[in-house]
Design a protein. Structure first.
Length: 100
């Protein structure tokens, strides 16, 4: 069984906001779940917290991550993070997590 990767090696995320729209709710991404599993990421994208400010679920399973990255790499709205099946060997100290 051979799996062929038909996607390019990079991802471009573009969001165009109409200058005529004065509703500020359209000024940010409404993306709430992102599945980036089964890729070859070696690090959490640094711009993730800026591009996906409303992200609540992130799946980074089955990548090549060795580190969880800094806590500021993740949006503050994130509630669920899947880093399974990676080679994470160092975990940063985490601030106390609030009870949900």
């Amino acid at each position: 069984l051979t799996q062929h990767n038909l996607w390019s090696r990079s991802v471009q995320v573009m969001e165009q906001i109409s200058s005529n729209d004065e509703d500020s709710s359209h000024d940010c991404s409404h993306l709430s779940a992102l599945n980036l599993a089964h890729n070859q990421f070696t690090a959490i994208p640094n711009t993730l917290s800026c591009l996906a400010v409303n992200l609540t679920r992130l799946n980074m399973a089955y990548n090549s991550l060795r580190s969880m990255g800094h806590i500021t790499s993740y949006p503050s709205s994130l509630k669920q993070l899947d880093l399974s099946h990676n080679r994470v060997c160092c975990w940063p100290s985490l601030p106390q997590i609030e009870a949900m």
